[in-house]
Design a protein. Structure first.
Length: 748
């Protein structure tokens, strides 16, 4: 019979969800959870339309007092449900039961409306499937070791299960768990791979626990021969083998040196022939890619069948929130520090941060123990922004020099890049440049290096035009590499000297060299590189966030605008003269309005050093006016010389006014949505139209007519199909972080 102490083994969140499962089954009504502030004090409810027919409140408290009962009664007066159930994590006295029934007599029939610890344990016995589902209860059961008595490798398995018991409180089941079970059901083995800290071991342990509850013997092996010796192929014994980091140190120490590197495939095949055996393995993705190059059999399609790669997309917002909640709840972080995270709203930024990963969260909830309450939210976010420790070991000792070169070049390009363009950029690195960095790169091994990095440091995808592109697997990897390169003058210099793309050159100067850019000698390197490259520089095909290829025909103004920041720094007059001569060759009449704006801003910044006549530029800008944004460009030129500007406008007022009015009317005419139209109408007030004797009222009829046209052209909206609430949750995740991050959920 179940006899769990819910107070000591479940967090408030876990207790609430256990109650939801049990009472939904018992009452034959689907109960839903609600967040503080949205629920008016409700923990669980069953709703019919807008009427709350059943209200359930869960009290995971150490002691139930009359004062607590009185406070809840006040809430109930406002809610006035048809039925009310009170669920307590502890048992209570007969006297307190009578007090509750008297206090809540308007909403309770009898003591069947009160669920205590004993009743909840009885429900677990009544519904074994729900008992099984709530694995955090089982993880506290001492009977788990009975399945391991007299089994091979007992002590090792006992230690493993002990670790699971210690860490279970942090575990959260997500979609990756379901996918992993599907893979194991189909192939009987799984290789869980991914970047460091993404949760491979956690997922493996969750899977092991699942098999343990289904009477599987758990066997942790550290070399292949152990698995071969213990595997009982022709027996009814159910066995789950666990090989953590199977291509790591143990693999090199035992199996490679023993000449058994190919025996892993044979062991997998033996397991697959036995219907009651499974094997769970974990590895870092880049190590798997390295091994595939060395050990031919590991490169088979058979291995890929059982592979599940974890990345950030494996974690929904709900899962990330629960992981963070668990690590805070069960940590030594004080309630005051947690309150600071909640009050400041920092918890939302942490959960949605680009660098979020389970290991980073785990480390930060442990390592920030000396930070003051006031600084805790800020310091947590600061550390999350620079997760150096996560990548340092893998980068320094577990990937080859050639892979490091690829990462440096990819970093210098700043964005996703087509694979063939990346190869061109890497081939531009001279042998001398690579040797100066103390690294070894063999151009013939380009594919090998990519395999080593794929799904660990980088990801390779396919664009809309079926070309392969390369990007960093995780934003934190890019942050880590930035810290390395920004501290290494040799790498920064090498990337500048060997850049072949504009984006690559500019990013290397502006961001990778910011610690050295004020040094005169370093500036000379930049000056020389710019003078030698700008005449022939181009950009690779760009890959946007929709994975769509964008051709990049560079215009001179784009090149000059991207280098404007450096022209303001350098003292090299030859370079400046070169840049300004290039600017003077630009035909402004051939520019779009946003290119024209960059042109004007460049002129504003360097007007004292550019010899183009101001009135000539002003005349060209007036001629180019055709859209609303063009009027802003015209206004920018007044900053250069107000006197000349006003005089020109006065002398050419008829032409200027006609141009402006036509541009405004054209903007209105071609606006296709009401929101865009409203936005333009509002922004029109920012234009200094009175300077040109133009009133905004002149365009009221045009706005009204266009607005009416947009409204009339709207398609009829058909009556929406009613969707059950469960279907909504299946189709899209409806979840807010504050459903968990409320102070009462941290009652330890």
């Amino acid at each position: 019979m179940a006899n769990y102490d819910f107070q000591s083994i479940l967090s408030p969140f876990d207790f609430e969800h256990l109650v939801r499962d049990l009472l939904s089954r018992k009452l034959q009504s689907e109960l839903s959870t609600f967040a503080e502030g949205k629920d008016k004090g409700i923990d669980l409810r069953h709703a019919k339309g807008t009427d709350e027919s059943i209200v359930v409140q869960c009290k995971r408290v150490k002691k139930v007092t009359k004062a607590l009962i009185d406070d809840e009664a006040i809430k109930l007066e406002k809610l006035n449900p048809e039925k009310y159930y009170l669920v307590l994590s502890n048992d209570i006295s007969v006297g307190l039961t009578d007090y509750i029934l008297e206090k809540y007599k308007n909403w309770m029939d009898d003591e069947n409306n009160i669920y205590t610890r004993s009743k909840l344990n009885s429900l677990l016995d009544d519904y074994p499937d729900l008992h099984q589902r709530n694995f955090k209860l089982w993880l506290n059961s001492s009977t788990i070791f009975n399945t391991l008595i007299n089994k091979p490798l007992y002590e090792r398995a006992k230690f493993l299960i002990g670790n699971i018991q210690n860490d279970y409180k942090y575990y959260v089941r997500g979609e990756s768990f379901n996918k992993a079970i599907d893979i194991l059901n189909k192939y009987q083995f799984i290789i869980i791979s991914g970047i460091p800290g993404i949760g491979k071991t956690t997922l493996a342990r969750l899977l092991l626990w699942e098999y343990l509850q289904n009477d599987f013997e758990i066997i942790e092996i550290r070399k292949i021969i152990e698995g071969e010796q213990i595997l009982e192929e022709n027996s009814e014994t159910k066995q789950a083998f666990y090989f953590d980091d199977f291509l790591g140190e143990n693999f090199l120490k035992y199996d490679v040196l023993d000449g058994r590197s190919n025996d892993l495939i044979e062991l997998i095949n033996r397991i697959k022939k036995s219907k009651n055996k499974v094997m769970i393995m974990t590895t870092r993705e880049y190590i798997l890619n390295q091994a595939k190059d060395v050990y031919e059999k590991l490169n088979s399609s058979e291995i890929d069948l059982g592979k599940q790669t974890l990345d950030l997309s494996s974690y929904s917002k709900r899962i990330k929130t629960l992981i963070f909640y668990n690590h805070l709840y069960y940590s030594d972080v004080s309630i005051e520090h947690i309150r600071a995270l909640i009050i400041s709203g920092a918890y939302k930024k942490i959960i949605n941060h680009k660098n979020y990963s389970p290991r980073i969260i785990e480390q930060l909830t442990v390592k920030l123990d000396n930070v003051s309450i006031e600084l805790y939210p800020k310091e947590f976010l600061k550390k999350l922004k620079n997760p150096l420790d996560i990548w340092e070991k893998a980068f320094n000792s577990q990937i080859s020099d050639g892979s490091k070169i690829i990462l440096y070049v990819l970093l210098s390009n700043s964005n996703s890049i087509i694979l063939k363009d990346l190869k061109i950029a890497i081939n531009s690195l001279s042998k001398e440049a690579i040797e100066n960095l103390g690294l070894d790169y063999k151009h013939g091994n380009f594919k090998k290096y990519l395999k080593e990095l794929e799904n660990s440091f980088i990801k390779i995808g396919v664009t809309d035009k079926s070309n392969h592109y390369v990007d960093f697997q995780n934003p934190s990897i890019k942050d880590f590499l930035l810290l390395i390169v920004q501290d290494d003058e040799d790498i920064a210099r090498t990337l500048i000297q060997n850049s072949i793309y504009l984006d690559q050159l500019v990013y290397s100067i502006r961001y990778l060299s910011k610690k050295f850019i004020q040094d005169i000698n370093f500036q000379k390197i930049i000056d020389k590189a710019l003078l030698s490259k700008l005449d022939k520089i181009q950009n690779p095909i760009r890959v946007d966030w929709l994975i769509v290829e964008r051709n990049t025909q560079l215009k001179t103004i784009e090149i000059l605008d991207s280098l404007k920041f450096y022209i303001q720094i350098t003292s090299d007059q030859e370079l400046k003269n070169y840049i300004f001569n290039k600017f003077e060759e630009i035909d402004i009449s051939q520019l779009s309005y946003y290119e024209e704006r960059n042109y004007i801003q460049f002129y504003l910044d360097f007007s004292n050093e550019i010899s183009i006549d101001y009135l000539l530029i002003l005349k060209k800008v007036v001629e180019n006016i055709s859209w609303g944004e063009s009027i802003k460009n015209l206004e920018m030129l007044r900053e250069v010389n107000e006197e000349k500007y006003d005089k020109y406008i006065e002398n050419n007022k008829i032409e200027v006014v006609e141009k402006i009015k036509t541009a405004i009317k054209q903007e209105i005419q071609y606006t296709s949505s009401e929101s865009d139209l409203n936005y333009f109408e509002k922004n029109l007030l920012d234009y200094d139209l009175k300077r040109y004797s133009i009133s905004e009222k002149e365009f009221e009829d045009s706005f009204a007519s266009k607005r009416n046209e947009i409204i009339l052209s709207r398609p009829e909206i058909s009556e929406s199909t009613e969707i059950e609430i469960d279907e909504i949750f299946e189709e899209s995740e409806v979840f807010e972080e504050d459903e968990i991050f409320r102070m009462e959920m941290f009652d330890k």
